[in-house]
Design a protein around this ligand. Structure first.
Ligand code: COA
Length: 257
């Protein structure tokens, strides 16, 4: 198995474990990743997921280039769709996903990080979409998510030049939310995940769902959707508990209903 899963309370740490090729994603790993995140998405005992890469050099150095070199157009289409499905699931599942980017996040690695809700990185992290250097282009959502996460101009520069983006610049561009020393990165990501996982999973899921719409669709419809979800939460025991606990000056005990 090329993916390790460690559980700590309500947090799952998912590590891509293929450091000999900088955690490059082969079809085999993609299928395993799809299956694991599908299981984690359905598991009510999991409140948040952290995604990282094994070793201290790379998060994910992209799609497996040796495998890509053998693909026909139809195989490339299926491979692209599988990567897009995983990215979509990370982005839309009810629980938060945090990328702990511990080195190179290139091509598909940058795209998987972009699909997570929150990105934290180590000081040696490097982001990029270098596909044009190989005569191809991003296919797992990078052209869209990089532009929506940063800006259209920055995304075009990075996608068209294939330039590597160091951690500090990624932070300035809003591509990552924080930079940590390498040894602190995963502990910090787990700490953030545990903090979110301790909240009401229903409120977290609805808050994620509403925020996901921020850069899509019609603003008026999104406001209506937001206020509908806001109202629905008042039917939950967690909302009653959270509001009451505040007035009683005690920590809330959420049950996910
Ligand atoms: N797919 C397959 N193998 C990869 C890979 C990828 N995306 N990225 C790295 N590797 C392999 C290398 O071939 C090398 O294998 P080897 O030891 O059998 O020769 C090993 O991982 C280590 O990489 P190496 O290139 O020696 O490390 P480096 O420190 O000199 O350079 C990178 C690191 C990330 C700059 C370089 O590996 C690179 O450019 N990788 C490709 C990134 C990319 O284009 N990703 C998008 C793919 S669509």
């Amino acid at each position: 198995m090329s993916i390790d899963i460690q559980r700590d309370g309500r947090v799952a740490l998912l590590t891509i474990n293929r450091p000999e090729v900088l955690n490059a994603l082969s079809t085999e790993i993609l299928e395993e990743l799809y299956s694991e995140i599908t299981d984690l998405a359905r598991d009510n005992s999991v409140g948040a997921i952290v995604l990282t890469g094994a070793g201290d050099k790379a998060f994910i150095a992209g799609a497996d280039i040796a495998e890509l070199a053998t693909k026909t157009p139809l195989e490339a289409r299926a491979y692209g769709e599988l990567g897009q499905d995983i990215a979509h699931r990370l982005e839309t599942m009810r629980k938060p996903t945090i990328a702990a980017v511990n080195g190179y996040a290139l091509g598909g690695g940058c795209e998987m990080a972009l699909a997570c809700d929150i990105r934290l990185c180590s000081d040696n992290a490097v982001f990029g979409q270098p596909e044009v250097n190989l005569g191809i282009m991003p296919g797992w959502g990078g052209t869209q998510r990089l532009a929506r996460t940063t800006s259209l101009g920055f995304a075009k520069e990075i996608v068209l030049t294939g330039r590597m983006v160091p951690a500090e610049e990624a932070f300035q561009r809003g591509l990552v939310q924080a930079i940590h020393p390498q040894e602190d990165l995963v502990p910090k990501a787990l700490e953030m995940a545990a903090d979110i996982a301790a909240k009401s999973p229903v409120s977290v899921a609805y808050a994620k769902e509403a925020t996901n719409r921020a850069l899509h669709g019609d603003l008026g419809a999104n406001f209506v959707h937001e206020v509908d979800l806001f109202a629905i939460l008042f039917s939950t025991e967690d909302a009653k508990e959270g509001l009451q606990a505040f007035t009683e000056k005690r920590p809330p005990r959420f049950i996910g209903k």
